[in-house]
Design a protein around this ligand. Structure first.
Ligand SMILES: [Zn+2]
Length: 308
């Protein structure tokens, strides 16, 4: 482990389909900020399946990740990857939230520490090779509880929340995962029941981090898309960074850089000028029945976050 200042990691917490890919890409377009996407999936979707990096090159052929993997002390052979995936799956699932909260199992703590060391080394190599002052990890879900225990990581948790009904609608839409791939693959779809449960657990997991870590910031996606530049400035204040320039060409138009993010929404493949606006299609397309189901299953947090 490197004996230098801890690496600053901005972790986007919360539920899937909440706009974290766009937020991560905007932040990753700031000079000396590095967006690496959903690192939780680096080993399986990234290395094993060799899915596209956001630079549109298969991950194992991408110069950025080739360098990181090549310099990591881990040998990324099949057996080691399988072992690391077992380790990840034994500490990073919804059912592990109580164990992270209670911190009472030595065996569980040891597994978290070992997987955390793997991640800590990864961030350290990325920081060294890019000179980045901030690494953005948009893994969401339970991943942040592992990050919170890595000694050489200074963790900033950005809890991003989107209306559960918008998120549920997004989970029902069939969307091409890798638009440029020869064989089209699609992003997973799940029922409104499942997405409601995921939404509750993901947000509760993020809230739990609030009590465990020193740096926590809450942001509603809807507020972000209304005033993106303003909210990015608030995030910069939160992470104690003052970059010379922001990637905005106007309040709601942003110039996205090519990043090397892993997994996530296919919008990560977009670079260049993008106009930011709220996607409100769900208000028309989500059936009354599904809307009622999602509202019923998620109402305590919908109310808490000011959506109802
Ligand atoms: Zn790449």
């Amino acid at each position: 482990m490197d004996n230098i200042d801890p690496t600053k990691v901005l972790y986007i917490a919360g539920a899937g389909r909440s706009g974290s890919t766009l937020l991560g890409t905007i932040l990753g377009s700031i000079h000396q900020f590095c967006d690496i996407g959903e690192v939780h999936y680096l080993l399986d979707r990234g290395i094993q399946l060799n899915q596209l990096c956001a630079c549109q090159v298969p991950l194992q052929n991408c110069d950025f990740w080739s360098h990181v993997i090549g310099n990591h002390p881990t040998t990324f052979d099949e057996q080691t990857i399988s072992h690391l995936l077992d380790l990840r799956n034994s500490v990073s699932r919804f059912r592990h939230i109580p164990l992270h909260a209670l911190n009472c199992s030595m065996k569980f703590q040891q597994r978290t520490k070992t997987y955390g060391e793997f991640l800590g080394q990864l961030y350290s190599i990325i920081r060294k090779s890019t000179g980045a002052t901030v690494i953005i990890d948009s893994s969401k879900r339970v991943h942040g509880h592992v990050l919170a225990q890595i000694p050489n990581v200074k963790l900033y948790t950005l809890h991003l929340v989107r209306d559960s009904r918008a998120s549920a609608y997004s989970w029902t839409r069939q969307k091409a995962y890798e638009p440029t791939a020869k064989q089209l693959s699609y992003m997973p779809t799940i029922s409104t029941h499942s997405s409601s449960v995921h939404w509750m657990l993901d947000n509760l997991s993020a809230e739990l981090l609030k009590s465990k870590t020193a740096h926590y910031f809450f942001l509603r996606y809807e507020d972000f898309v209304m005033n993106p530049q303003y909210e990015i400035k608030r995030i910069l204040t939160f992470i104690e960074e003052e970059p010379d320039q922001l990637p905005f060409v106007s309040e709601r138009d942003v110039r996205l850089a090519i990043t090397h993010s892993v997994s996530g929404n296919p919008s990560r493949f977009h670079d260049g000028d993008v106009h930011i606006k709220e996607d409100e299609v769900w208000k028309i397309k989500l059936s009354q029945k599904d809307r009622a189901i999602v509202t019923f299953l998620t109402w305590p947090l919908l109310k808490r976050y000011g959506y109802i």
